[in-house]
Design a protein around this ligand. Structure first.
Ligand code: SAM
Length: 186
């Protein structure tokens, strides 16, 4: 566990502009994020920015046997680590979350039930974060949720503009730094 944290720290520091942090999410934050998801009856769950898999492993524990989890991770070191999880319901892509529409079509899916994201939206180029939010809305099924954590409420207006105001905020103090959770419903 300690070794995993050190490895994450080193890799995240090297690629700080896309990682946006140096510590993995706390178990309190992961638990709070996943409590917003309806796992039952989900066919496809997508995770953005899986890093070293701290959220991925917890999602896998909660998946129904027929549900698939697709992870988007641009960092090659993290991608190779995620592939080692080697779970039959898990598909790991070394692709940007911007490409969600095309990628899930290639896998034979039309819509996504829920998206869980730990992307550092505030650190990504504006166009990239805008595209990710818009494309995610497009691929979600009706009532599907986009769950995103951030260290500020700066994205509230942008999420509300796309998710027709169906956006709520939660807060997890036990994380470094404390984090806001955006719960956006289509
Ligand atoms: C804050 S870290 C989160 C890591 C881990 N999920 C956690 O919660 O501790 C953000 C991750 O997003 C990845 N990332 C950044 N931009 C991305 C993009 N456009 N598409 C997919 N992954 C991206 C980074 O490589 C990094 O692993």
């Amino acid at each position: 566990m300690k070794h995993k944290k050190v490895k994450f720290f080193k890799e995240a520091l090297k690629s700080f502009k896309t990682s946006g942090t140096i510590t993995p999410s706390s178990r309190f934050l992961v638990k709070r994020m996943l409590s917003k998801i309806e796992f039952k009856d989900s066919k496809l769950i997508v995770e953005y920015g899986s890093g070293n898999g701290i959220i991925t492993n917890e999602i896998l524990k909660k998946l129904e046997p027929s549900t698939k989890l697709v992870c988007f991770e641009v960092n090659e070191v993290f991608y190779n680590d995620l592939k080692k999880i080697n779970h039959k319901q898990l598909i790991v892509l070394n692709t940007s979350a911007e490409d969600i529409e095309g990628e899930i079509k290639k896998l034979g899916f039309d819509k996504v039930d829920n998206i869980i994201s730990s992307l550092p939206l505030a650190m990504l180029p504006k166009e990239v974060s805008k595209t990710i939010i818009a494309n995610s809305y497009e691929v979600l099924k009706e009532k599907g949720r986009f769950i995103q954590f951030q260290y500020s409420t700066q994205f509230l207006k942008q999420f509300k503009a796309i998710f027709s105001k169906k956006v709520k905020l939660d807060f997890e103090p036990l994380n470094l730094p404390p984090a806001f959770i955006y719960i956006c419903e289509k």
